[in-house]
Design a protein. Structure first.
Lengths: 410, 140
């Protein structure tokens, strides 16, 4: 019994003694400079930064520390320096306003750069007008959460990504707001990571961009008005749930661009008002289920290089074209989707249309071959051709059908 | 306006309308790569292929251009490679010097860039850090 009390008291009291020192930085405090405070600190100390403007060039963090801002202290890179460089495990950065990092040099300066570190948490910061916002490289088990990341990139100039992750794994990126960068979130060689409830708006290129990244998941994010939507490329097993792809308009813009990817799951997403909702090229064994496509130019463009994709129980509403393709081979299955253009009937009342639906119109095929033919869209002749094609398919691939379309909104 | 004037204008117009053979401007963050469909966001690795008919295909990475050439039997194309040093300037492929280094981090990880052959000294890496190529080495 006595030994138990000893053990318990050690367990309860120990944190009181191991807790690191509290160091304060600011006018009237022991330290005026953040870098000097960091140099003087012992590992696992906490540094509190008071409100104020700090111009210290590049600040290096090389030991485990917690850095907390009070009243949004502004840490300024004067457009010349990378603001924070972290090369240590267990660093926490919270409540800072990190602004004006260096620009467009070969070493990709960022607001907060994390190199070869683990268990770093970057939380509730305001990253303002940096070349790269948060940059993680060769890092593991890091969390980037609740940051507001904003830059003022223009189309004709080069700018870095909001959250840039390279050769890392087990990251969590959540609740961030990212605006005006090149890509909102960029993943390259990043595995086993998740991206939740972020909001990427008006980024110059993509809201979210995957390259060579496997076994990742992104859920409940909103991507709005980005230059070209979201791109998932050269990756395997990337799952996408309940995201909103909204208003990605333009010649080369897509809600979601899938290129050379396989074995993923796209479910519960909403694609609204995009030039192309989903563009697929070299995409294999993807399950596209229970998504909603509305008011898109093309809901889906499935190139002939795609195989064994299942498109099931999706809702297609008010799209100019439901599906388009550039080939004649059909290697993907459509089943139980709801198509608002379906004009079939359901005599046995089982909720499934008795005649197959052809999502590919003749004019859709024509436009794919001769884009300029779009001029004739909604003309009487085109209508006539489309109707006759429905009865005697000649140009459209014979098997490009949903054999069991749903009669009701799924 | 007399007939002669008319003719001159017509001839000038027709001369302007065709025969445009140089590289086209690549609109940053707007034009997409023909091969990989990605939006071009860095001119230092961009390139373009111009067919005999004058059609321009743009690429975001020299690896994409090479991929396109591999999958294409037409050989009379003109190839223009973006200069790594003077962004926005295009060099005819034959007179470009290519260098490969992992440090480049090009968009598609081709990690090849080009400079004009009189500009080799401007490559911002040490000669031991990169491998040099000529155009004919890359396309063979």
């Amino acid at each position: 019994m006595r030994s138990l009390i000893v053990i318990l008291s050690v367990l309860f009291l120990a944190p009181l003694f191991i807790k690191g020192a509290q160091i304060r930085v600011g006018t009237g405090e022991a330290y005026k400079s953040i870098q000097l405070a960091i140099n003087a600190a012992q590992p696992y100390d906490t540094i509190h930064i008071n409100k104020g403007l700090y111009k210290e060039g590049n600040i290096q963090i090389t030991k485990p520390l917690t850095i907390i801002g009070k009243g949004w202290p502004e840490i300024d890179g004067e457009k010349k320096y990378e603001v924070f460089t972290i090369k240590a495990n267990d660093v926490i950065i919270r409540g800072l306003k990190v602004q004006h990092s260096g620009y467009a040099t070969l070493d990709d300066p960022g607001g907060i750069k994390v190199l070869e570190s683990q268990n770093v948490v970057i939380e509730n910061n305001w990253l303002f007008d940096n070349f790269f916002g948060v940059y993680l490289q060769y890092s593991k088990n890091c969390i980037v959460r609740g940051n507001r990341i904003q830059a003022y990139g223009k189309q004709e100039q080069e700018i870095g990504n909001g959250i840039h992750c390279w050769k890392s794994d087990s990251l969590i990126i959540e609740n961030n707001f990212i605006k005006g960068h090149r890509d909102g979130i960029y993943f390259e060689f990043v595995h086993y990571s998740s991206i939740h409830t972020n909001h990427a708006v008006s980024n110059i290129r993509y809201g979210l961009h995957f390259m060579f990244s496997n076994n990742d998941v992104y859920t409940e994010n909103k991507f709005q008005g980005n230059g070209a939507g979201v791109a998932v490329m050269y990756s395997r097993s990337v799952d996408m749930y309940k995201n909103i792809f909204y208003e990605n308009w333009g010649d080369a813009a897509y809600g979601l661009l899938l290129k050379e990817i396989s074995d993923g799951h796209i479910s519960g997403n909403q694609f609204t008002r995009n030039t192309v909702g989903v563009f697929m090229e070299g995409t294999n064994r993807m399950k596209v289920e229970k998504n909603k496509f509305d008011y898109n130019g093309w809901a889906m463009k499935i190139q002939a290089s795609c195989m064994e994709n299942e498109i099931k129980q999706n809702n297609f509403l008010a799209n100019t074209f439901d599906v388009s393709t550039n080939g004649t081979t059909v290697l993907n299955t459509f089943l139980h989707n709801y198509w608002d253009k379906y004009s079939g009937y359901d005599l046995n009342k089982d909720g499934i249309g008795d005649v197959p639906y052809r999502p590919l119109t003749m004019f859709g095929v024509l436009v794919e071959k001769v884009p300029a033919a779009m001029l004739l869209f909604r003309s009487f002749m085109v209508l006539l051709l489309d109707q006759s094609e429905k009865i005697f398919p000649t140009l459209t691939p014979d098997h490009f059908i949903d054999p069991k379309p749903s009669m009701k909104y799924v | 306006m007399n007939l002669k004037n008319c003719f001159t204008i017509l001839i000038i117009l027709s001369a302007i309308s065709c025969g445009q053979s140089g590289p086209e401007k690549i609109e940053l963050n707007k034009d997409a790569c023909y091969q990989c469909k990605m939006t071009i966001s860095d001119l230092s690795f961009a390139s373009q292929a111009i067919t005999q008919k004058g059609r321009v295909y743009k690429f975001d990475d020299i690896a994409c251009l090479l991929e396109y050439i591999k999958g294409n039997t037409v050989t009379e194309n003109q190839y223009w490679i973006g200069s790594f040093i003077n962004k926005g300037e295009f060099i005819q492929a034959d007179s470009a010097v290519f260098f490969y280094t992992e440090k480049l981090n090009s968009p598609m990880r081709g990690n090849i860039a080009a400079v004009n052959n009189w500009n080799i000294s401007q490559i911002p890496y040490d000669t031991s850090e990169y491998i040099r190529y000529a155009w004919k080495d890359l396309v063979k």
